[in-house]
Design a protein around this ligand. Sequence first.
Ligand code: AMP
Length: 190
Amino acid sequence: MNIILFGPPAAGKGTQAKRLVDSRNMVQLSTGDMLRAAIASGSALGKRVEGVMQRGELVTDEIVIALIEERLPEAEAAGGAIFDGFPRTTAQAEALDAMLSARGARIDLVVRLRVNDEALTERIAGRFAESGRPDDNPESFKVRLAAYNAQTAPLLPYYEGQGKLVEVDGMGSIESVSSGIDKALSSPRG
Ligand code: AMP
């Protein structure tokens, strides 16, 4: 099973993806984590994306699509992937569909974590203090949220049109959001 965890920055996608890895043995494919690892390793790719990420802008489709493509065999071997922070643009969503279908696979479900803006701002105030991420500051966060609204939220109708979109309340505790996701994953879908 391949699922996408969808939602704005700080909606809890990473936290929930890690819980699914533990409970279902799936592989988490987080382009944000892959890019941060590239920066930490000092690679040419890391140097290329560092400034863009720090500002909160999106890196190019080409880069993230290649990162995901490289990891698909591993996810397939594990029995499925949780896409976290990918796709973020229509071009990425279309490329993902094409890459999966070339492997005889597909996205089964897109779980949208719904979080309201005030809650997001509150969460982020806490995270600025503790995450140590250079893009967790008020200025970059504003850019990240704007990128989500302009480039990523328009994917919702794409997946709704494919009949794959489910919404989960992302406002409660980590446990209650997890159980909402579990419910969504076990509901039969036409
Ligand atoms: P994240 O950890 O998912 O919040 O991603 C952190 C940053 O990495 C984003 O603000 C972007 O700069 C970059 N990034 C991660 N995933 C993508 C993606 N799918 N497309 C473009 N940029 C991405």
